[in-house]
Every structure is written in structure tokens, then in C-alpha cells.
Write a protein that binds this ligand. Structure first.
Ligand code: ZN
Ligand code: ZN
Length: 336
């Protein structure tokens, strides 16, 4: 079978949503073109600096690779957070990531929950369990990840923060919000989300029109060595997302391209919601200064630490074991 695009090389991939058979090279070009179009639409070419969140997983590697073709890699800064999960965070992982990004001409800033928050993810989960709380590891991880990525974006004066969410991730979130009836979140995703606070750097997802199987194949064709070990906390994750994912795969198999259509419908709804609403700036958390929801004194992250016994009053965290009584400033704090 010959490639439908170049009509010269043998086809390696069937792309169900277009019905095309593509060779390796035309497939890579197709993904690059679609990421580039989305990135331009999201303002990447106008930004003087873009922070990209990288985990070392396949999506973040594809994001770095494709964005480096859209703008000068010197205008991209990669940001990585080591969660502090035993048997998952590997020695040498950051080094590999750094070498890979250096080849692309992208600078890497790497930090950890321990350095920024004062505790590793394992510490947070352990402490909350000791208090008899049932807070999922993903709640800590997701919340602090968002917070630190946004902070890093502010620190390097980035105009945009880009994450590696793909089409499957994005549609899962859309469907979950719809199932939960979460109208407020409707405007928060979509191609050009609300900016509810001046303290939020605008977040974009340049891979949001690329199927997950496409990012996997792209990474495979490029010969990336990416983190393939599953996070040990994943089996403890709420099952809603997993169920929605199965439903989506079923739909997509019956009507190829339906995920893209769901996303397009959703984006146009988001546009209308944005046109019709004007929301005031969010209030600031009394502890760390980051934005929080209306009617709240503390942000969700600080509340998590307080309820887990890791954060006392006055924005100070209790020190590590062995340093009894010593307190360290919560590094997420902005002094205002
Ligand atoms: Zn071809
Ligand atoms: Zn806070």
C-alpha cells in the first residue's frame, strides 16, 4: 500500500479520522502541521517566552519536539517537577530529559515538591493517611503541579504556559465536567480559557487536537526513551476518568473522528459562555497569595496541607522529623 500523501513511499499508518494511509515521514509531518496550526491559533508565535511543563512522558517529549519547530527554541523554557514517589522517580531521569531538551536547544528548569512545597508527594500522602483522611495522591499532585507550573511561568516572565494534554485527555475532561454538571468549568478549558486572575499565566494545550495513539506513535517513530513505568498511585485514582475513557474509545471506534467533533462543539460553546460572562478577579489565598475561589480564605492546596497536618497557621510549615520545632517558610508564599 502506497502513502496517500507523498504517493511514493510505503504506507505505515492508517489514520482512521481522515481515512488516510500515511508513511512514517508524512505521518510525522501531519502531526507537526496540526500542532503548529493550533499553536499559532493559541498565540505561541506572538509570545516572547513560553514555559512548557515536561514530565519525561511521551506527550511532553512530543510537545517539546513539535513546538521547537514552531518558534525559536531559545524562547522555550521547559519545567520539570520531581514528585518524590518511591520506585517511580528514577535516578538519572532528569539527566536524560535534560540531554534530550538540550539537543532541541531548550533550557530545562527542574525542581521537586520537596524543594518547593517542603514535602515529597509520598510525605503528603503518608501524613494525610495518618490523620485518617482519604485524599487521593492525584489530588495533591495535580493541585501542586498546577500551582508550581504557574509560579514558574510567572518567575520566568512567560506569556504562556503550555502543557502536553492530548485530544483524549481533553475530551475526557469535557465529558467529566458535563456529567458532573460543572458549568463553571466549562469556560476554563476550551481553546482560549478564561483568565480569572492576573496571577495566572495563560495556559495552552498545543496537542489538544492530536489523538493519544498519535503522540504514542510519534514518540515511537522518533525513538524516544520515555517514562513508561506507571505511577504507583494510578490504581488508587477515581474510576470516573477510566470509565469515560473506555466509553470514548468505544465511540471513536464506531465513528472515527468523533472526539475531534466533541472538542469542536465544546470550543464553540466555550466561546459563547466567554462572550456572555464577565467575571471579577479571584481573591488571593491568605497563606500563599495564589488565587483561590470566591468565598474562600485559603486556596485548595493550602487547605490540603492544613488538613493533613503539614501546615500550621501564619503560613509556616512544620519542619521535617528530626528537626523538631523548627519551622521553614512555605516556599509557595508570596510576601504581600
Ligand atoms: Zn508519504
Ligand atoms: Zn494557598
Amino acid at each position: 500500500m502506497i502513502c496517500d500523501e507523498c504517493k511514493s513511499r510505503d504506507a505505515d499508518v492508517l489514520q482512521p479520522h481522515t481515512g488516510k494511509r500515511l508513511c512514517k515521514s508524512c505521518f510525522l509531518k501531519d502531526v507537526q502541521r496540526r500542532v503548529s496550526e493550533e499553536a499559532v491559533k493559541l498565540g505561541v508565535t506572538k509570545a516572547s517566552k513560553v514555559l512548557i511543563a515536561v514530565s519525561g512522558g511521551k506527550d511532553s517529549l512530543v510537545l517539546a519536539d513539535t513546538l521547537a519547530m514552531v518558534i525559536d527554541p531559545k524562547r522555550i523554557i521547559a519545567f520539570n517537577i520531581v514528585e518524590g514517589i518511591a520506585n517511580y522517580n528514577r535516578e538519572g531521569q532528569v539527566k536524560e530529559l535534560n540531554a534530550y531538551l538540550r539537543d532541541l536547544g531548550i533550557e530545562l528548569i527542574s525542581t521537586s515538591f520537596r524543594d518547593e512545597v517542603g514535602f515529597s508527594l509520598d510525605d503528603m500522602v503518608k501524613s494525610s493517611r495518618e490523620r485518617g483522611l482519604n485524599i487521593a495522591a492525584c489530588t495533591f499532585c495535580g493541585g501542586f503541579r498546577r500551582k508550581l507550573i504557574n509560579q514558574a511561568g510567572r518567575n520566568v516572565n512567560a506569556d504562556l504556559v503550555a502543557t502536553g494534554h492530548n485530544l483524549d485527555d481533553e475530551v475526557q475532561t469535557v465529558i467529566i465536567n458535563l456529567l458532573r454538571g460543572d458549568v463553571k468549568k466549562l469556560g476554563r478549558i476550551g481553546d482560549l480559557p478564561f483568565k480569572l486572575s492576573d496571577k495566572f499565566v495563560m495556559r495552552i494545550k498545543p496537542l489538544r487536537r492530536i489523538y493519544e495513539w498519535e503522540t504514542t506513535l510519534y514518540a515511537h517513530f522518533k525513538g524516544y526513551h520515555f517514562q513508561e513505568v506507571e505511577c504507583p498511585y494510578i490504581s488508587l485514582r477515581p474510576t470516573m476518568r477510566a470509565k469515560v475513557r473506555d466509553l470514548m474509545y468505544d465511540l471513536e471506534e464506531r465513528s472515527p473522528g468523533i472526539l475531534l467533533k466533541i472538542l469542536e462543539t465544546y470550543d464553540s460553546l466555550g466561546d459563547q459562555v466567554r462572550k456572555e460572562s464577565k467575571l471579577p478577579n479571584l481573591p488571593s489565598c491568605k497563606i500563599c497569595g495564589d488565587p483561590t475561589s470566591f468565598g474562600r480564605e485559603y486556596c485548595k492546596n493550602c487547605e490540603l496541607l492544613i488538613s493533613s497536618g503539614l501546615l500550621g497557621g501564619e503560613g509556616l510549615v512544620q519542619g521535617e522529623e528530626g528537626e523538631a520545632g523548627k519551622t521553614v517558610p512555605y516556599s509557595g508564599r508570596t510576601l504581600e
